[in-house]
Design a protein around this ligand. Structure first.
Ligand code: FPP
Ligand code: ZN
Length: 405
């Protein structure tokens, strides 16, 4: 806790702008620091009594996630167009916690996702909804986590490939749905889906890497589309998509590294999404996963870097374990915010990245050794072997040839 206490003092002086005037941004930052600092101090006392702390409340989180899979609280009705996302977030979180539901439940999930599949390819947010790249990415990831023949065979890959073609523009960008917005999430979701289901072709992603690099901003991160602000969510999509396309050399990797390492907060230990914004547990994955990808890219020139973790793994784990766990189960953005399924998934995914680093060395687990989570693939965000199993199944079972493309 030395680190936080020392840095808190430095940061207090910096909550004013260049003229020494407090701004909304600086005072919101100071408020979060004060809350986090207080939590860290009271934690320090508890940790003196119980050396097993900080503890990841695995059983509590698992129990809640399994209940969410069967019955969602009423306030989730606004996510009726995101049901494959909810399924993916729950199944991936459970996998990280080593607590996969029974095969009967998983089979009924496959059944439900099949109802969300559109006859023209891709998955909607629920039965009879229009297909969307986000929900299609979530459905493909969920089915790959389930990993049974039934799950793999439920995907109509010829129609899926047609669906991706309908969303592609001549400049290599992808719209998220027919007539919808074109942004970097579209390119990432399309590449992740196409690679995992083995429907990738060079023609489908012609110019996509060039379009993505046009989203890299003067700060070094990537924006949702050209000319906009760099953000962790979009930066993950940008660099993960370039890595999936094997085209990382087109971007400025040093600028990306500088931008992303500077998004880890000095007092809180978690990541912010963009410059001058607040820490949020979900960026533990969106920002945290960028750094092992960057290590792997840099290791192409310098092999030793494959084991080099480019962020403070302990500080991120402390933020997640001490500040993001809701006492009733589930995880959250920051203290004072309610838990939710999205933040449960991405804080746990970030915790896994922080524990396993580049995946090449030993795990570094803060607190009890029982806090260790399963590994996640930094490009697809499902377990590495589940991504591998899906891809190899689809290599062994190619879709019927699509003569039109
Ligand atoms: C694969 C896929 C679909 C990825 C999604 C990536 C992702 C999380 C994008 C974030 C988009 C965004 C601009 C959030 C800003 O929210 P805000 O202004 O509320 O938050 P902030 O203050 O932390 O920036
Ligand atoms: Zn968040």
């Amino acid at each position: 806790m030395e680190r936080q206490i020392r840095l808190f003092r430095d940061i207090q002086k910096e909550t004013y702008n260049d003229e020494g005037v407090s701004t909304n941004t600086s005072s919101e930052q100071a408020d979060v620091e004060a809350v986090v600092y207080k939590i860290f101090c009271s934690f320090e006392h508890k940790a003196k009594i119980d050396p097993d702390l900080p503890k990841l409340n695995k059983n509590l989180h698992s129990k809640l996630l399994k209940s969410w899979l069967l019955n969602l609280p009423k306030n989730y009705s606004c996510l009726d167009a995101s049901r494959p996302w909810l399924i993916y977030w729950i199944l991936h979180s459970l996998w990280l916690l080593n607590d996969i539901p029974s095969s009967e439940i998983l089979s009924s999930v496959v059944n439900f996702l099949t109802k969300c599949q559109h006859k023209e390819g891709g998955y909607g947010g629920g039965p009879l909804q229009h297909p969307h790249l986000g929900t299609t990415y979530a459905a493909v990831n969920a089915l790959s986590i389930i990993g049974t023949d039934e799950a793999y065979n439920s995907i109509d890959r010829s129609a899926l490939q047609n669906f991706l073609w309908t969303l592609r523009d001549v400049d290599g960008s992808f719209a998220l749905h027919k007539g919808g917005e074109q942004d970097i999430r579209g390119a990432y979701c399309a590449a992740s889906i196409a690679k995992m289901t083995n429907i990738y072709t060079d023609a489908l992603f012609d110019k996509t890497a060039e379009w993505i690099v046009s989203c890299q901003t003067y700060e070094g991160g990537f924006a949702g589309c050209p000319g906009m602000e760099a953000h962790g969510g979009y930066t993950f999509c940008g660099i993960a998509c370039l890595a999936l396309l094997n085209r990382t050399q087109v971007c400025d990797i040093d600028a990306l590294l500088r931008w992303s390492v500077n998004r880890q907060m000095r007092l809180e230990g978690g990541f912010q999404g963009r410059t001058n914004k607040l820490v949020d547990g979900c960026y533990s994955f969106w920002q945290g996963a960028i750094l092992p990808i960057v290590s792997a890219i840099l290791a192409q020139d310098d092999k030793e870097l494959i084991e080099t973790v480019l962020f403070n793994q302990d500080a991120l784990q402390e933020y997640i374990l001490i500040c993001c766990q809701s006492p009733e189960g589930g995880l959250r953005d920051k203290p004072g915010k309610p838990r939710d399924i999205y933040h449960t998934c991405y804080t746990l995914s970030g915790l896994s990245v922080a524990q396993h680093g580049t995946g090449a060395g030993e795990a570094t687990v803060v607190g009890s050794p029982r806090n260790e989570l399963h590994r996640t693939h930094p490009l697809h965000n499902i377990a590495p072997h589940l991504a591998y199993n899906a891809l190899h199944y689809f290599i062994r079972h190619p879709p019927p040839v699509n003569d039109e493309k």
